[in-house]
Write a protein that binds this ligand. Sequence first.
Ligand SMILES: [Cu+2]
Length: 148
Amino acid sequence: MKKVLFLLAVLVVTAVACTASGGDREAITITDPWGRTSPKVAENGAFYMLITNNGDSDDALLSAASDACGTVELHEMYDMGEGVMGMRPVQGGSIPVPAGGSAELKVGGLHIMCLGKQVEFNVGTEIPLKLTFENAGEMDVTVEIRES
Ligand SMILES: [Cu+2]
């Protein structure tokens, strides 16, 4: 019995070591990826999430892709003047995620734009989304569609 426990302990330590030595890939964590419901007639939708960088080097979200969208763009909201808000592709083409910091994609701010929706965005719909980071590489997340 003691030997079995020892083996288990070794396995656990090995698993933890592997996770920790993965370099920048594990430095990025995605929290609560979600999007709002929208009817079929709405051509576009937006995705929101918190991107956290626990690593030692700056990273940036370069692009995103999904089979549920014709095209995916990284957008920001901006003041078009006279209190009217518009949106446009982010300046510089990427969203910076500084080392030890985060980027918050939220309603009224930065967002991932799904242009040419291929599916209905209903409550509970799960949208597969591939994120590409400068350092962390590609990450697959599932966006949950809900009311807010
Ligand atoms: Cu947009």
